[in-house]
Design a binder for this molecule. Sequence first.
Ligand code: NDP
Length: 287
Amino acid sequence: ILIPSLGLVLAFWFYSARDTFKPEMLRGKRVIVTGASTGIGEQMAYHLARMGSHILVTARTEAKLQNVVRRCLELGAASARFVSGTMEDTAFAQRVVREAQTSLGGLDMLILNHVGASYFGFFDGDVEHVRKLLEINFLSYVAMTTSALPMLKESEGSIVVVSSMAGKVGFPFTVPYSATKFALDGFFSSLRQEFAIQSINVSITLCILGFIDTESAVRAVSHVIPDTPAPKEECALEIIRAGALRHRQLHYPARAVGTMLLIHSIAPELFESIVRGSYRLENVRRT
Ligand code: NDP
């Protein structure tokens, strides 16, 4: 009895130790954060700075990126720099990765977080908008991953993909956005399987987020969705933590997202009718 019990205690201890996050895990690590001029990406840059990482941030708005870089250096980043441009252009996505190669000499963590603007309302039939959003929210993630893979293989690093509940479950009023987020799940879940088969030690963390209090999200949905959004600062830290611990998936906020996914998997129609019933449909923009 004693030996199996001791084995169980040791196994528990080993598992907990393996699952313990320490900010030092990010000290000196070379990290790219996309979509880091505002919102969750900006907060991730500040957390990484406090942890002493080398940070490369990107987005379109140069003035905002300059401020983020300045703040990162004040907070203690080992180094901080930016590249500005649009992720509509695959060549730009590849250029960001090349910048990590030349200025940082490699890469330990690739955090894919940027998101193109879309609308919150009934699908308006604009196919070009869907194509453009796929380029920004999906194809650029694929392009950056592909370019960064040689460096990530060398460092045995991590890919962190920021997705959404809308990339797991069909919510109304986010048709183009939801399509791009479902695509991320397909691409990265399949790629993770291939990494396992080929013994490639690069982790992939898919982050399933609920409603977070970033300016753009609150502006877009708070007149329809009655929920209280979760704080972006905590969300950003949880994303970094999940990436550093090489978790396959993050649910944030954990209880709300976990419960919704569970109900959806057991009773999808019931879940969908609860969602529809909770929205203030009278405030939805009609096409
Ligand atoms: P924000 O709108 O606050 O930030 C989006 C970032 O992406 C900005 O830095 C923006 O900078 C950049 N960006 C936008 N368009 C482009 C483009 N064409 N090329 C390059 N960069 C671009 O988003 P959040 O912080 O709210 O969201 C971050 C992530 O979290 C996203 O992937 C989102 O889908 C996910 N998420 C967020 C939720 C929420 O409630 N907030 C809920 C679920 C998921 P710039 O304009 O300067 O280019």
